[in-house]
Design a protein around this ligand. Sequence first.
Ligand SMILES: [Zn+2]
Length: 256
Amino acid sequence: MTLTLEYVRSKSASKLTGLFPVVKAAAEALIIRCYNRGVPIVITQGLRTIAEQDALYAQGRTKPGAIVTNAKGGYSNHNFGMAIDFALLMPDGKSVSWDMKRDGNCSGTADWYEVVAEAKALGFAWGGDWYSFKDYPHFEMMFGFTCAQIRAGKRPTQAQIDAVYALFKNEEECEMTAEEKAAFKCLQEMVEAQAKKITTLESNAKMAAIPVWAVDACDAAKRAGVIDTTAGGSYDFYRLITVLYRRGFFNERGVA
Ligand SMILES: [Zn+2]
């Protein structure tokens, strides 16, 4: 089963709502770039409201379950729509994986780190780079602010936002028009047809058997040590050998 880009994008759509606009756009670009590398991903967490964060904080403390966060409501970068978490989407299109060693696209680099590289190129900071508590599925864009500053109302300047957009805006503009797509398809078909012709020509050039008229010439050339093998030559090869033979090129010196 091959997952389409539209399908992969749809898996994350609900988690992108409410994100800070440039973070949302970068997350969408990340999904596309990873897909193009053969690494489908799903965004598992985007904006978390302060109430949701409080409920999560209670887990393992005042409520049952394991502790999953050290941040109270308003103290996570997710609460401001500036962070996302991801997982690898498996080929079945349903299950997800946090296997950081998996190399699903057989690129020689673990898929996880390909995603990290793409995210960083889009302006995200990676939770795996943190010193105290490593958060491997986490990316965020804080524009140089701390969570406390964002909580206090600080926001990036338009210039900071534009700088992030500049990292991927060109790709959207480069999207092919319908006309260009048709021309490209036509070109693809031409290339395919030419490739077929070349295959035919190549197989024609290689003769299945030595032509009868070239057998003596081939034997003589082989005896003279001029060629090692006489099989699989082209028509021109056998002609050349024959012409040389007729001119006495392969006569055994001192024998005749
Ligand atoms: Zn996170």
